[in-house]
Design a protein around this ligand. Sequence first.
Ligand SMILES: Nc1ncnc2c1ncn2[C@@H]1O[C@H](COP(=O)(O)OP(=O)(O)O)[C@@H](O)[C@H]1O
Ligand SMILES: [Mg+2]
Length: 298
Amino acid sequence: MRICFLVEEQYRRDGMPVDVIRQLSAWGHRVDVLRPGGSLLKLSETVRAGEHDAWVLKTVSGGPGLTLLEAAANVGLTTVNDARSIRGVRDKALAAVIAEHHGLPVPVTYAAARPEEFAEIPAAAYPLVVKPADGSSGRAVRLVPSPDRLPTAGEEGMGGMLIAQPYVPNSGVDLKVYCVDGELYATERCSPLHPGQPVRERQVPLTAEVAAIATEVGAVFGLDLYGLDIVLGPDGPVLVDVNDFPSFRQVPDAVARVAWAILRLADAGPNRAGTAATAPGPGPFAPGRTAAPVGGAA
Ligand SMILES: Nc1ncnc2c1ncn2[C@@H]1O[C@H](COP(=O)(O)OP(=O)(O)O)[C@@H](O)[C@H]1O
Ligand SMILES: [Mg+2]
């Protein structure tokens, strides 16, 4: 197959996606890599219909990669993930509305262009979590204990569209759930709001309740390769973030699984959004497969 990877500068040396690209090449597929933030793009030439079987996006929120992926989708090319689905999760304000509308357990979410606007939120909602609507990797996420501690527009990371949510009390350990090729994996990781927590990052069993939320996220947002951040609050699991093409850290054989999933999605064509979550069990990763699929309670 011929795959075009859009990889932004931030990820150009990361195992995810660099090792996936290497794996696909090793299996004999042709992979072209475009760096949307790092080179001049001849747009119409780059998005030439039929040139690639699929376009894959691994970029930061707000970066130029999504525009290019949307251009590819618009001329009928297959994209991983579906370009509209990516748009739905990259804006955290939009993602919260979509999730809430479909009955997913999300915190009450406020949006504002300036953090000072959050002063109208009732004091009873504090502490608040304030974060950039296009944030990722814990960038500029803040715990605000009281109205007098609200950040100001001039502070680092507070320049663009922001969201605020009541802080969901939790142990400081995030449950990160990853979906690849219809299989779910749960891992624990220290919350960026509680950096001192002594947490060993590891795969953990997935409860039926969290598995149901993760499957529903895939269906609601139309994502194939995705991850979600769950915090375990006093009333059960709460969804605080959804990511397209996450790190898949701690997923066993993540590189081979993700590479295999990309091939399956490329093969399925442009109108299969969200089908991975309901597809029959995973196939072999490749001729000469090395590991049996494990885990996953989807
Ligand atoms: N409403 C919330 N209540 C409790 N913790 C939260 C809340 N929102 C975010 N967090 C914590 O902050 C972390 C980062 O927020 P998140 O929305 O995932 O942003 P990012 O896109 O930067 O990862 C989450 O993994 C979680 O630990
Ligand atoms: Mg997150």
